[in-house]
Design a protein around this ligand. Structure first.
Ligand SMILES: [Cu+2]
Length: 69
């Protein structure tokens, strides 16, 4: 699978948030490719296929991802 799942995470406000989210997703999905754009509060997760599972990982860190199609 090589889907890219995109989320807007409005409460991702700084580099620390970005690292926390990136590390959490990579811990759950070591093969994923995580791209964070802080200016648009976008998180793109490549090489992942389960949107709700990835969202749950981000939510578990205390953030509020909204899926973007
Ligand atoms: Cu932060």
């Amino acid at each position: 699978m090589s889907d890219t799942l995109s989320f807007t995470v409005s409460d991702m406000t700084c580099g620390h948030c970005a690292r926390t989210i990136t590390n959490a997703v990579l811990a759950a999905y070591p093969a994923a490719k995580v791209d964070v754009d802080l200016s648009t509060k976008r998180v793109a997760v490549g090489n992942a296929s389960d949107r709700s599972a990835v969202a749950s990982v981000i939510e578990a860190e205390g953030y509020s991802p909204v899926a973007v199609d």
